[in-house]
Design a protein around this ligand. Structure first.
Ligand code: BGC
Length: 849
């Protein structure tokens, strides 16, 4: 491609026709959606259904929410909503009048909202951000009337409740975001009175309060979550039984928000968004509900099927530094299906309080036909049974009996083995890191009660002859917190040594957004940032970064004007649709004037939905598909997976996050990262490191958390993924951690991430996380946060000044620059356009300079 006679390179296509890749990825998105929808209730065999006439109501029927808002959005070719999905599967929707009325109300609500937002001053970034923080809500539609019911001529109704949420703000407890609206409740009562079967579908990125279970008169309940572009088809195929549900919750569903420990203090609720004190300690999610025996609505790991499975524990084994359990899963029902086997361990209560049980591994079966069995191996390294002893700064395996349990849900397990540790063993000796200034006063666990419960189970298990083994003597590992070495290949050092100080700084500060084509250009239209493209001559390519986790956030179409101005067909964040018209027509493509190029991508299920599959092989496939799209459209860094813990159901970004449990989060992320990185030079960026669990005022909030929960809950998933999948990059978060911005925290980014976990990639900031009143640009480089994104001119100035004034060492600058160069020169872009034996397609530009 050329503008002003200069070449730029793009993967965008001249034709809008779907490619084979796009069609294949749609299939993967469908598969993932089929395995991500959780069946929560199914009474009197309401499901599966025969396709036929069906009454369909609710905001999510025609306006199915495929994913959340903000940087997690995706612009796919088209999404199959629930209405279309049902029609595709052969249903006749007999409530079109209700749906048409809903559509009118929906359009009016958008017009009203747009009018309100049209006054936004587009030159004021805070005003723009305010639009993002106050997204339009979906209306509930009108009350169902007698005519709707009569005309529907069916005994079965589906009601779809939809909610939208996204980054920058947390969900409200008081305006019916988290609860059902009055109309929704009324309509559900009307359905219960008038239809023999009612199916409720929850289309929200995280759990909702559905009121008292006894008030909810439904035959079946499904947690649809947000399932990307193929969700409607997947739901229909689950409803008809073409596919058997196999998803499980990755978070505990509450009976009431008030049941959550310290829920009333979350985010904006206590009026202080600047301090988030993590008083629940390690007791997050099921760890709290199980330990304190507080009833919940649906337990962690729960999900129904249309068939039944039996899980038999065959043997237990201690192998090298791991404990293993072999199980046989048999489909004892009448339909084919898949089951998820979950492996939990209850550790003895010792000097340290422990949660009642923790998940240590899980495996999903293949599709088993009725009567068919599969043998699975579940295993966990002893380190996963250890706890962090803050005073000793060590991971220890306390003496006592460890109860190993296996089941298909946290609440349905059987004891599969006992493991005896005769004396407390230290597995890792480290150093206290990232500590709170004052110890946090945490929940006091009912230790004796929990141990008594375990003792009863141990006694019972012994009577039943459950296998028992000893924990062998395990070696203790020390950690050496040395200053990171300049340990790079000759190719990196040669380039590094050829750079001036200013050029090294260029490498460390991003080159902003694409608005106009500058010099030598790799154009991934509407990527969210890029690295410098001033150093091609030195063989350092400028590469693009683009968001996730539900797909690749770029524009479907774009054009480059003769003057180099870049226009896209749309904004890649939906809130921008509501900005003033004049701004939009300036920014967007004019199809009559512009030569348009196309980049169609796939909207996969959102992070939470993907994790609900508990299917690592499938997540790997999704990751590989994403890597393929990145490569096609010349994106190098994918800003995902998002790995924060779903600490509170009100967090605006829960849809992007996998789970309340670090092992689910770590293993799913690991599978996705490995998939993305199967393509050499295509990189995943795990984010937001760490304790970024609140959206309101996120750049000002300080997460105050003790070292033990920090390590055992909030860091563990990241650690697992770093050590198992070797992601190329980590994104530090917006928030402070115990008083210090994470991007400036050397203990976090160098001592923990690199020295303890062995991470050898780059760390980048979250977008605009540095600057006045935020993290310091200079301290980023000191801490080991190598890349500042999307990059500003003051950032370069400040780093340069700090070097001159000896407030920043040349060594730290060189180290970060070397890390970034190492990745850039091995990136997909470098491999394609800078390989030694390839003619450089940028040659003509060099002459221009
Ligand atoms: C989000 C990140 C995202 C970045 C770039 C930030 O607002 O927190 O998750 O990757 O923007 O879009």
């Amino acid at each position: 491609m050329f503008f002003k006679g200069r070449p730029y390179i793009t993967g965008a296509l001249p034709s809008p026709e779907p490619t084979i890749q796009e069609l294949e990825h749609r299939q993967i998105a469908y598969q993932a959606a089929c395995e991500g929808i959780v069946l929560l209730e199914n009474h009197n065999q309401t499901l599966p259904l025969q396709p036929g006439r069906i009454a369909l109501y609710g905001s999510g029927a025609s306006r199915t929410v495929k994913g959340g808002t903000g940087s997690g959005e995706v612009n796919e070719r088209y999404t199959v909503n629930i209405l279309q999905g049902l029609e595709n599967a052969g249903f006749t929707i007999s409530t079109k009048r209700w749906i048409e009325d809903f559509e009118k109300e929906y359009h009016q609500s958008r017009v009203d909202y747009a009018l309100k937002k049209a006054k936004t001053n587009v030159l004021d970034p805070t005003a723009i951000i305010d639009v993002m923080k106050d997204p339009p809500m979906l209306p509930s539609g009108r009350l169902i009337d007698e005519k709707d019911i009569l005309d529907s001529k069916t005994d079965t109704a589906i009601y779809v409740v939809a909610r939208q949420a996204g980054e920058g703000t947390d969900k409200k407890l008081d305006n019916e975001e988290f609860h059902l609206t009055w109309t929704e409740k009324e309509n559900l009562h009307i359905l219960a009175r008038n239809y023999a079967h009612t199916i409720l579908v929850i289309n929200s990125g995280s759990q909702m309060d559905l009121g008292k279970p006894e008030d909810l008169q439904v035959g079946a309940l499904l947690y649809y979550c947000q399932q990307g572009e193929e969700g409607g088809n997947a739901l229909a195929d689950l409803l008809t039984g073409k596919v058997t549900p196999s998803a499980k919750l990755t978070g505990t569903w509450l009976n009431a928000y008030e049941d959550l420990p310290f829920g009333e203090e979350y985010s904006y609720l206590n009026g202080d968004t600047h301090h988030a004190i993590y008083k629940e300690g390690i007791f997050v999610g099921y760890r709290y509900f199980d330990t304190f025996e507080v009833p919940c609505r649906y337990p962690f790991g729960y999900g129904l099927s249309y068939t039944d499975f039996e899980i038999d524990c065959l043997e237990m084994n201690v192998f090298q530094k791991k404990v293993q359990i072999r199980v046989r899963v048999t489909n004892t029902g009448t339909r084919p299906g898949k089951e998820v086997v979950q492996f939990y361990v209850s550790c003895p209560q010792g000097n340290l309080d422990k949660e009642y049980q923790r998940l240590v591994d899980f495996v999903k079966t293949r599709t088993l036909e009725p009567g068919e069995s599969q043998i699975l191996l579940l295993q966990a390294p002893f380190k996963q049974l250890a706890s962090y002893h803050t005073r000793k700064a060590a991971w220890i395996l306390e003496e006592g009996t460890y109860v190993l349990r296996v089941g298909n849900c946290s609440a349905h397990t059987q004891v599969g083995g006992l493991l005896i540790n005769e004396k407390t063993q230290t597995l890792i000796n480290g150093r206290n890191l990232c500590m709170a200034k004052e110890p946090v006063t945490e929940l006091f666990a009912p230790k004796e009660k929990v141990q008594a419960r375990l003792n009863r189970q141990i006694l019972e298990a012994r009577k039943e002859g459950v296998p028992t083994m000893l924990v062998p003597a395990l070696p203790a590992r020390g950690i050496c917190y040395h200053r990171p070495k300049m340990d790079f290949g000759a190719d990196v050092m040669k380039i590094l040594n050829s750079l001036s100080v200013k050029e090294k700084i260029e490498v460390l500060v991003g080159a902003g957004y694409e608005t106009s084509l500058q010099a030598k250009y790799i154009a991934s239209f509407a990527s969210v940032g890029k690295t410098t493209d001033k150093l091609w001559k030195k063989k350092i390519p400028g590469v693009n970064l683009s968001d996730g986790p539900a797909g690749l956030r770029i524009a479907r179409a774009a054009a480059v004007r003769k003057n180099g101005l870049l226009k896209t067909s749309e904004f890649t964040m939906s809130f921008m649709e509501f900005l003033p018209e004049a701004f939009k027509s300036f920014m967007l493509v004019n199809p009559k004037k512009d030569k348009v190029l196309y980049q169609h991508v796939t909207a996969f299920p959102v992070g939470c939905a993907l994790a609900q599959s508990w299917n690592q092989a499938l997540c790997h496939q999704v990751g590989r598909a994403l890597g393929g799209e990145m490569n096609a459209y010349l994106v190098t860094y994918w800003l995902a997976p998002a790995m924060n813990i779903q600490k509170n159901p009100l967090c605006g970004r829960n849809f992007e996050y996998y789970s309340e449990d670090p092992i689910v989060s770590g293993k799913i992320a690991s599978a996705v990262v490995k998939g993305v990185q199967t393509i050499p030079g295509t990189y995943a960026v795990i984010k937001h490191f760490v304790a970024n669990n609140q959206e309101s005022d996120r750049t000002q909030s300080d997460s105050i958390v003790d070292e033990r929960p920090l390590r055992e809950i909030y860091c563990l998933g990241f650690q697992y993924c770093v050590q198992d999948a070797h992601p190329a990059a980590v994104m530090s978060s917006y928030n402070r951690l115990n008083g210090l911005y994470t991007a400036n925290d050397r203990q976090l980014l160098t001592d923990l991430l690199r020295a303890e976990w062995g991470f050898d990639g780059i760390v980048m900031t979250d977008w605009y996380a540095t600057g006045k009143g935020l993290a310091s640009n200079v301290d980023c480089i000191k801490a080991g946060n190598d890349l500042i994104m999307p990059g500003t001119w003051p950032a370069k100035q400040q780093i340069y000044k700090a070097l001159k004034e000896h407030r920043l060492s040349d060594y730290d600058l060189r180290l970060s620059a070397a890390r970034v160069i190492d990745e850039l020169i091995h990136s997909n872009v470098a491999r394609r356009f800078l390989a030694e034996n390839k003619e450089s397609r940028f040659e003509p530009l060099r002459k221009d300079q």
